[in-house]
Design a protein around this ligand. Structure first.
Ligand SMILES: NC(=O)c1ccc[n+]([C@@H]2O[C@H](COP(=O)([O-])OP(=O)(O)OC[C@H]3O[C@@H](n4cnc5c(N)ncnc54)[C@H](OP(=O)(O)O)[C@@H]3O)[C@@H](O)[C@H]2O)c1
Length: 261
């Protein structure tokens, strides 16, 4: 049986899905403001939306978060009864697609716990997806996740924002720390962040192998207040970095104190 999907938005996530499913012989239709001629993908513009909706029963809404609701409202003006729609935001509940539900469509959200700095189908493999929504969308979400060789788990919509904050800590904030490390390394040496590769790799490998609690080392973990004070004195030249250092050090001290570790 030929599998077909309609993808709304050809950005980093939508494009990654389009390419991954095309490579797995799905029929892939994409609705976008900027149709191109990527091989094996059929592009539709908004003038062809009715045909786009007729061609597919299952859809991914992969526009940026701030545009999801208006996209759902716009699509709900066309026949959508019985169709399945999933958006891919980690912070928004599936209920943002209510306009589609009120027209008889099935709705859900499927968030890839991954970072996509570019369109790259390989980033969808061996990852976790957080799902919430109705039964019909769950069936489709499971098929999709299986197809890209990943795993799915259910998330309570009320806990979704906190779940998304956890992902921000794990990925975006880790990257922000590397930006700071890079700035300081450039200031004190001819090198840069790349010299920290073994340090970063070992830190990550240890955190994954032992768990982040056991993997943590450094002055705050050792409660070495003399070194901490020295760092803070030097960082006075960079008030924002001093603040960040102080807040994170405070977290580490309190966290392990409470654990009695
Ligand atoms: N990037 C990530 O790391 C990541 C990770 C997990 C989940 N997500 C989620 O995946 C979804 C898509 O994110 P993304 O990073 O792929 O977004 P993106 O690359 O920035 O672009 C998404 C799409 O949004 C549409 N768009 C952008 N500006 C618009 C405008 N002014 N008016 C109408 N449409 C506009 C575009 O559709 P056209 O094709 O029509 O141009 C674009 O392709 C979001 O819900 C996001 O939260 C992203």
């Amino acid at each position: 049986m030929e599998k077909t999907i309609g993808i709304i938005g050809f950005g980093r996530v939508g494009g990654s899905f389009a390419l991954a499913l095309r490579d797995r012989t799905w029929r892939v239709n994409v609705l976008t403001r900027f149709p191109d001629n990527t091989e094996g993908i059929r592009f539709f513009s908004k003038d062809d939306v009715e045909e786009f909706l007729e061609e597919n029963d299952h859809f991914l809404i992969t526009v940026m978060d701030s545009r999801i609701q208006e996209k759902a409202e716009w699509l709900s003006r066309f026949p959508v009864e019985g169709k399945v729609f999933l958006h891919m935001s980690g912070a928004l509940p599936s209920s943002i697609l209510k306009p589609l539900k009120s027209k008889g469509a099935h709705i859900g959200s499927l968030h890839p716990l991954q970072t996509f700095p570019e369109r790259n189908p390989n980033l969808l493999k061996n990852i976790y997806f957080a799902f919430e929504g109705d039964e019909e969308t769950e069936r489709f979400a499971r098929l999709l996740v299986q197809e890209v060789e990943s795993s799915i788990f259910r998330i309570n919509p009320e806990k979704k924002v906190l779940y998304h904050a956890a992902a921000v800590f794990a990925s975006n904030f880790a990257d922000a720390m590397w930006i700071i490390a890079d700035m300081l390394m450039r200031e004190v040496s001819d090198g840069d962040f790349r010299m920290m590769e073994p340090l970063v790799r070992t830190t990550l490998e240890n955190a994954l192998r032992m768990g982040p609690q056991k993997a943590l080392t450094g002055p705050a973990r050792r409660r070495d207040r003399i070194t901490i004070e020295k760092h803070l004195r030097e960082l006075k030249k960079y008030p924002q970095l001093e603040q960040i250092y102080d807040v994170i050090t405070g977290f580490i001290l309190k966290h392990f104190e409470e654990k009695g570790a």
